[in-house]
Design a protein around this ligand. Structure first.
Ligand code: NAD
Ligand code: UDP
Ligand code: UDP
Length: 304
């Protein structure tokens, strides 16, 4: 019987990846963390570097990788619109070539493999909330397509390796997640609003602020192919989020309105019935509590 002891985490020096590496080490696993440091940093994992069960490898997943592991968590991919739109061709390559290489690796060593997919596979949805059975509404040629279609193609590859090569796969569709170790210039709404408020700058609301998202504090479940939605079903408008950040941080930031980027989804909320049933998983941290922790992290970071 395989012990599932050694684990490869791609994108392991990123926000979610670094929390995952930490969790796996707490469970006494051997962890190989692979990252090209595009959006992730050594600082995110520096507290793990002395651990003899932890290995940090600079590598780009669009190139083949030969290591021996029992499990793979494929998280490599810039996740914020600012970063994934910086070099869109590389973003698609990371999702698609990265998935092919990691699936090829999983096939050779018979490792189980998990894909960090995204709510973006639903695009700008006309079904609300979004269940896993919904196929989505995605623009194939817009500025978000490199990310959305790259992730959709990665899901296709995962399910074809599952059917064709009997790989043990898991696909998680993660909805807007936030927390400590997000990049301060990440460009995502939670980090932007917190950093702007802490600096006393204007808070930039794109569009009228009535578009909604459902924010989930960083968490990590597993087990069965999926796809399965992972997120917090409590939905907030961006305007409400801005007000909440200002209320917790205090200070004198004003809310200012900027143009809405193209293809920005109007609403988003996960239907998490499947995660509840099959994984016994549901989010435990409220937006207010999660924001407090995240604000404390950015306060310390900005003070340095
Ligand atoms: P992040 O940007 O902090 O982490 C991504 C990591 O991947 C970074 O460390 C980056 O350097 C690395 N990376 C990028 N391209 C690479 C490449 N070609 N080779 C090797 N490493 C590469 O973002 P995150 O929020 O931690 O997201 C992690 C994963 O979860 C991503 O795949 C993302 O699409 C997915 N996800 C995140 C969210 C969220 O809200 N945080 C939501 C849905 C899906
Ligand atoms: N691959 C890898 N590491 C491995 C095995 C494969 O990076 O340990 C890559 C290899 O570059 C290959 C891809 O995974 O192109 C897909 O592998 P697969 O065996 O599915 O397909 P093939 O080798 O037939 O293209
Ligand atoms: N947003 C905003 N101000 C910002 C950053 C983002 O109003 O400074 C909005 C953005 O237009 C979107 C929402 O907040 O409607 C969530 O954006 P994010 O980039 O965090 O994630 P995604 O759009 O991928 O869900």
């Amino acid at each position: 019987m395989r012990e599932d002891n050694s684990v490869l985490v791609t994108g392991g020096a990123g926000f979610l990846g670094s929390h995952l590496c930490e969790k796996l080490l707490e469970e006494d696993r051997e962890v190989i963390c692979v990252d090209n440091f595009f959006t992730g940093t050594r600082r995110n994992v520096e507290h793990l570097v002395g651990n003899t069960r932890f290995e940090l490898l600079r590598h780009d997943v669009t190139f083949p990788l030969y290591v021996e592991v029992d499990q793979i968590y494929n998280l490599a991919c810039p996740a914020s619109p600012t970063h994934y739109q910086f070099d869109p061709v590389q973003t698609t390559k990371t999702s698609v070539h990265g998935a092919i290489n990691m699936l090829g690796l999983a096939k050779r060593v018979r490792a189980s493999i998990l894909q960090a997919s995204t709510s973006e596979v639903y695009g700008d949805p006309e079904v609300h909330p979004q269940p896993e059975a919904y196929w989505g509404r995605v623009n194939p040629i817009g500025i978000r397509s490199c990310y959305d279609e790259g992730k959709r193609c990665a899901e296709t590859l995962f399910f074809d390796y599952y059917r064709q090569h009997r790989l043990d796969i898991k696909v998680l569709r993660i909805f807007n997640t936030y927390g400590p170790r997000m990049h301060p210039n990440d460009g995502r709404v939670v980090s932007n609003f917190i950093v702007q408020t802490l600096r006393g700058e204007d808070i930039t609301i794109f569009g009228d602020g009535k578009q909604t998202r459902s924010f989930c504090y960083v968490a990590t479940p597993a087990d069965f192919p999926g796809p399965v939605n992972i997120g917090n079903p409590r939905e907030f408008t961006i305007f409400e989020l801005a007000e909440l950040v200002v209320r917790i941080v205090g200070g004198k930031s004003k809310l200012v309105f900027k143009p809405l980027p193209s293809d920005d989804p109007r609403q988003r909320q996960p239907d998490i019935s499947l995660a509840r049933q099959r994984l016994g998983w549901e989010p435990k941290v409220t937006l207010e509590d999660g924001l407090k922790e995240t604000i404390a992290y950015f306060r310390a970071l900005l003070a340095q």
